[in-house]
Design a protein around this ligand. Sequence first.
Ligand code: SF4
Length: 384
Amino acid sequence: MTDLYRMLPGELDALMLELGQPRYRADQVLRALYHDFPAGVDDLRQLPAALRQRLSDEGYVLGAADEVRRVASEDGETTKLLLRMADGTLIETVLMQYPEKGSGKHPRSTVCVSTQAGCAMGCVFCATGQMGFERNLRGEEIVAQVLHMARLLAERDQHVTNVVFMGMGEPLANYPETIRAIRLLTDPRAFALSQRAITVSTVGVLRGIQRLADEGLQVGLAISLHAPTETLRQELVPTAGPHSVADLVSAARRFFRRTGRRVTFEYALIAGKNDSPELARELGALLRGMNTHVNLIPVNPTAGGFERPARRRVLEFERILREAGVNTTVRVEKGSEISAACGQLRTDEQERQVIGLEEISGAPVPPVRGRRQSGLAPAPSPGR
Ligand code: SF4
């Protein structure tokens, strides 16, 4: 079976040619896929019935992500979905809305997509990192998350304005499918989002950063640094190499030279761990003179043993960086009351299912797929 949502416009052109169809058929399909949200091949009413039949006979389908749970923040600006892929894999997608000043303007609507189920990077403060790695998502499964949110927004007469690859998983460890998703989302004949409206966030897959810099795209890059020293970074990101801080800073410089796009460094602030004024000064010295931006993210308070620093400590960290000449902001917190940090909703759902099984059957609890069996309490949130 082939999902038509997987196909780039050029591939669809080739398919229509192969099926003996005029080229404009590909445009008809693309318009339907990205504007009408059809439920299946039979819904592509723009196509002749014989062609629809032929596509079905040859195994072409329209994949979709089924909504398992939806939670919204009290202010309605953050919506988090737990989605089920065709094979049952559960992943999370978040919509964050930022009202624009001035009446009548559409809000900025950013979709945060997952690129893997689980994650192998093991960041110690991240719920997804504690699940372990389950599988890579396919390009069309990444796109399905955006389209699901697009459909939801269309009901409110709104649309997706930005996409960030910051959900579950490390996008650059799933490089080919991440790039396919970016191309589908930005191709003017497909979803037609501006490349500059997309940001890829990585915890530091060097080879991936180099490839992305050479890809000829104008997408933004965010690097989750979390520490200015090698030892501390390895403690927080156990999969980081011995020179990851130095390597990432030079990779960011190269990315800027190649693309002209300023790199953002994400820094999850954890009380008593990486939030001291000394570390702020070290970070300032590391990044001084670079055309970059630092985004400070106080970690979500959780039961996992890491705490968010006090507000004054966050502001002091920010002040020191700014005085060092480093452009710095503190991330506006969105939806913490609905566990907006990646991995938490899926963790909650799996625990709910485990509890449900116990309640209903009294049977032994089966292992939960893709999840370490130790530490059932949700781990602290990621800083991405
Ligand atoms: S923060 Fe990102 S890279 Fe690190 S474990 Fe979590 S999902 Fe993976």
